[in-house]
Design a protein around this ligand. Structure first.
Ligand SMILES: [Zn+2]
Length: 274
């Protein structure tokens, strides 16, 4: 019996190591896809839980532009305080507390099973999304590919509310990260996206590939609404737009959930052909 358990444990360690290697490769690819689509530029970052210890650690690149991230640039960080697992790790992103606090809130939460599904986080400063954090314009699903956004407007994180009018707008510590992370929690589900006034946005997903999918279609949703405002003569008409209903969002998100790999594969192909 003891030997059988040892064999199972060795097998499980081998499985998590192979998942870890796969995560390093996929994080590198995800960073490059996001850069290729203009969602991140010199700044912005994508992370996922470390499959070897998903409740304790997450994987995120060292301080590097996303288009340049290779598997060997990715470092494990502690969810508890965003410090590196290994003391001799290279310097990390200033804003890595965004990631740690979202994972930490999840780790400590037993309220919602769906919130426990956050496996990946993307923080970005896409120009298309910035206007929607500056004023109350309903940012919700305008078409089926963005149905994951739902039928309620994404919340806006206002850093002044908790941290005053003189911050540099960045999420620099765990207290600020926790304030942002709290906006992802709703009683019955996890919000996929939080807009950040004068800064950008952060999104979460139950898998890394789905996070990339959500980032690309969040940006497209922003472009559609900007076009609509232009056609309709301003932002006020956006309050009258026929967004997807709650039921349409749920049905469409379910249909799209089986198609994520199809999109991921073509985005990988685009990178190869660059
Ligand atoms: Zn930022």
């Amino acid at each position: 019996m003891g030997q059988a358990l040892d064999v199972m444990s060795e097998q499980s360690q081998a499985d998590s190591h192979s998942m870890y290697i796969q995560c390093l490769q996929n994080l590198s690819i995800a960073s490059k896809i996001l850069a290729h689509h203009g969602i991140v530029d010199g700044f912005g970052h994508v992370s996922c839980r470390d499959p070897r210890s998903p409740k304790e650690h997450f994987l995120l690149s060292r301080n590097l532009a996303p288009a340049l991230v290779e598997p060997e640039d990715i470092v494990p960080w502690r969810i508890s305080d965003a410090e590196p697992v290994h003391p001799d790790s290279p310097r990390g992103f200033l804003e890595r507390c965004i990631h740690s606090e979202i994972y930490r809130k999840v780790s400590n939460s037993c309220i919602s099973l769906q919130f426990d599904d956050v496996e990946a986080v993307i923080h970005f400063h896409s120009l298309s999304i910035i206007p929607f954090g500056l004023m109350e314009i309903p940012f919700k699903a305008a078409y089926h590919m963005a149905s994951f956004l739902g039928s309620e407007p994404a919340p806006i994180f206002e850093i002044r509310d908790s941290f005053g009018p003189t911050t540099d707008m960045l999420i620099r510590n765990t207290t600020q990260g926790e304030a942002l992370a709290s906006l992802f929690k709703e009683e019955s589900h996890t919000r996929p996206l939080v807009l950040m006034r004068g800064h950008g946005a952060t999104l979460v997903a139950p898998s890394l590939k789905l996070a990339v999918f959500r980032a690309i279609y969040t940006q497209d949703n922003a472009k559609i609404l900007t076009n609509l405002a232009s056609l309709a003569g301003g932002v006020d008409p956006l309050h009258l737009a026929r967004y997807l209903s709650k039921e349409e969002c749920e049905a469409s998100a379910e249909s799209n959930s089986g198609q994520v790999l199809r999109a991921w594969d073509v985005w990988c192909k685009e990178l190869e052909e660059k």
